[in-house]
Design a protein around this ligand. Structure first.
Ligand code: ADP
Ligand code: MG
Length: 300
């Protein structure tokens, strides 16, 4: 049986051989010797150094992030030498850094149960062929101009046909506001109610306050939920009250006009309560200007 020293020698010979084999590639050899690390250390890391060499070459021939060949797009596997040991890290490249910095505003926009594509909604992509959008876009400009004033501008109650682009439009506005550093949240309202109901005793307060206190809020698809006394009087009413008192711009999208919404809010499984429904509508009227978007269905 071989003793420990013999085994060590065999290992060392193997390592040296595979290192020398790899160095048959002159470019690899230049790469590793260029690191200014002693050969007796380099030989222990041949395979990782080959990976780093490959990624370094990919970067030399870089044609942009979309065709990045590295294992992690925008990052380069890089050797770091310290205390006689080589470790390997993933270094962010300059293109990825720029991309990340240009996108960091997107963190200002929160999505609650809505598709992440809405983060890409922007003014320059809004359909220009549709006259129905003109008053809405005009109001957006006014909103942006006046947002910093002491009296914050009102939000919008945007009603209209299914798939006309209501949610997309408000997302585009919130994204523009995000670029200016303003935080917002787009909330799919029917799902918020279901989640709140399920979160009693768990994280009800956190979820509720996230919505109630958002600097800019969209309650998306209001009127599509099954209204109950609880959702109207314990959730929607107090949220709107808080936002009115604190001058927090609030937006709504709905397939219903305000008077249709009033009707739908007055009927719950517990009976009919026109007064409470009216009170909600009054708050929405105080918080918003009412605009309409009836247009073709863009979902086809
Ligand atoms: P609504 O909220 O009125 O039901 P959406 O905002 O969901 O309608 O829009 C319907 C579909 O059309 C979505 O898939 C959305 O991404 C797309 N859409 C709407 N407006 C635009 C736009 N300006 N550019 C690209 N896609 C859009
Ligand atoms: Mg919608």
């Amino acid at each position: 049986m071989k003793n420990k020293k013999d085994m060590f020698d065999v290992d060392l010979t193997k390592l040296t051989h595979s290192f020398q084999d790899a160095c048959a590639d002159k470019d690899f050899k230049d790469f590793v010797y260029g690191l200014n690390i002693k050969e007796e250390i380099l030989i222990k890391y041949t395979s990782s150094l080959q990976d780093a060499f490959l990624e370094c070459n990919n970067c030399k021939n870089c044609k942009g992030l979309s065709t990045c060949k590295n294992k992690i797009t925008g990052y380069k596997y890089t050797p770091v030498y310290e205390g006689n040991i080589i470790s390997f890290t993933y270094d962010e490249c300059s293109k990825e850094k720029k991309r990340r910095e240009n996108n960091s505003y997107k963190d200002n926009l929160g999505l609650y149960e809505l598709p992440k594509e809405l983060k890409e909604a922007c003014f320059k992509d809004l359909y220009k062929d549709d006259k129905a959008r003109v008053p809405i876009i005009k109001y957006f400009k006014e909103f942006i101009d006046n947002y910093k004033k002491e009296d914050k501008p009102k939000g919008i109650y945007l009603n209209g046909s299914f798939g006309s682009g209501k949610t997309y439009l408000i997302a585009a506005l919130f994204n523009e506001m995000a670029k200016k550093g303003e935080k917002s949240i787009l909330v799919y309202y029917p799902k918020l109610l279901r989640n709140l109901k399920a979160s009693f005793g768990i994280d009800y307060d956190e979820q509720y306050e996230l919505v109630e206190r958002a600097p800019l809020l969209l309650l998306d698809d209001i009127g599509a939920e099954n209204c109950s006394n609880w959702s109207r009087d314990e959730v929607l009413g107090p949220i709107l009250q808080y936002r009115m008192e604190n001058h927090l711009p609030t937006f709504f999208t709905s397939n219903l006009t305000l008077s249709e919404l009033e009707k739908s809010l007055s009927i719950t499984s517990s009976g009919v309560d026109k007064v409470k429904a009216r009170r909600i509508i009054e708050r929405i009227k105080q918080l918003t200007v009412q605009l309409e978007l009836v247009s073709k269905n863009r979902r086809d």
